[in-house]
Design a binder for this molecule. Sequence first.
Ligand code: SAH
Ligand code: SF4
Ligand code: F3S
Length: 473
Amino acid sequence: MNPKQEIENQKQFIQKVKEINQGKNKTYAIFTMGCQLNENDSEKMSGMLEEMGYDKVEDLKEADVVVFNTCCVRENAEDKLFGKLGELKKIKEEKGTIIAIGGCMMQEKHITDKIKESYPFVDLLFGTHTLHKIPQDLYEVIVQKQKQEDIMDIDGKVYEGLPIKRESELKASVTIMNGCNNFCSYCIVPYVRGRERSRHPKDIIQEVEALAKKGYKEITLLGQNVNSYLREEREKHIPFETYQNVNSFATLLRAINKIDGIERIRFVSPHPKDFTEDVIEAIRECDKVCKLIHLPLQAGSTSVLKQMNRKYTKEQYLELVEKMKATIPHLTLSTDIIVGFPGETEEDFEETLDVVKKVGYEQVYMFIYSRRVGTPGDKMEHQIPEEIKHERFNRLKELVERNIYETNETYIGTKQRILVEGKSKTNAQMLTGRTDSNKVVVLEGNDEWIGQMLTVEITSQHMWYLKGEKVEK
Ligand code: SAH
Ligand code: SF4
Ligand code: F3S
């Protein structure tokens, strides 16, 4: 079956499950781990489950169907999953909950083996390439009353037209490509998500147009390496019917920038090695593209970067940052950093601190290196002892927090455009929004402002958020 037929086939299973569920007030809950791609996948799972007649509940213990959407990029997620499964065992015995586990962890054989052995009460295991088959798999579980395992070890296809139920009515994530070809030596993602495959520009543009019509204001384009969007098609001259002249990430940004109603465009993650000039130009020229760029560094030392297979040096990274800063007015940057990669010396680590000082990031997502079975990093000599990893992590954290404090100070007294996103979670009297640079701003105001772009003056800073007041333009 081709992807289109496959989706039609799944729609029939959606109807079948819906008929079974009619009038039964069935519910579902999803527990999502990992990155924004997984969150977006969970929205698709929700879409399918809602069409099958399930209503969403937050508490896993209440739900008739529980879905875990797993991540395996770092170790701690495994303990979390097994803990939750342990908690659900008794509940399942009492009320017959259907338990399904999907996502990246399911593409790892040692994990699925462990689940089958230690948690035999799980009903359905599905992988990253079989997400669209939830309706059929669930139908089999319900009707055949048999456990299902639906995991494929392939590069996957692009499936369009799945139903989707989004978390927000203002901000939407749009996956533009799946998979990764980079094989950074610490990373499991290429093994569990398969090779890069881009969605057709037409499908992406039409999805964003539909979102704009529904009132969405902010779009985040997602992919493991967004700036290699359509690269294979271009490099291998694969015949490709383009849409609105989109044949690269830069041209995609330009096309989306033209869509009326969308106010902001963000994207994660680009790879520094693929950050070509046309993308820098597009960011500069597209008024809706936020000037906060997430540019994963991972490590500051050239020799560690080489071991990590990142394909750039410290100097090349810094040059890229300089070029971007020189080209794009008001540019801000955020990054990902791993500490304690095998072989990282004290001098190497200091190179990381040096880059952090030189670039002056708006935000740094910091990770302690975690060995992943099947990656080259796991087999490397000179693994760093836990206490050294933690000590380095704390030193980096201290520097990052000092930088954030200092950067926040520079916001005080400035005017910022924010998108008001809703009421503050901690104080219902206040509203929250975000700046172009993704800083949270809390302000007094009325509910009619929700969903609007406003100009505010920043009056104070509180480390993880700023306070502001609306100003007349
Ligand atoms: N494709 C994206 C994101 C990949 S996963 C990118 O290249 O930026 C998100 C982040 O998790 C990575 O950027 C990296 O900093 C971190 N990460 C990945 N594997 C890791 C590991 N084994 N241990 C610790 N952190 C890891
Ligand atoms: Fe992992 Fe590297 Fe691919 Fe990002 S680019 S997903 S870090 S292999
Ligand atoms: Fe995790 Fe898979 Fe994302 S491993 S980080 S959920 S792509």
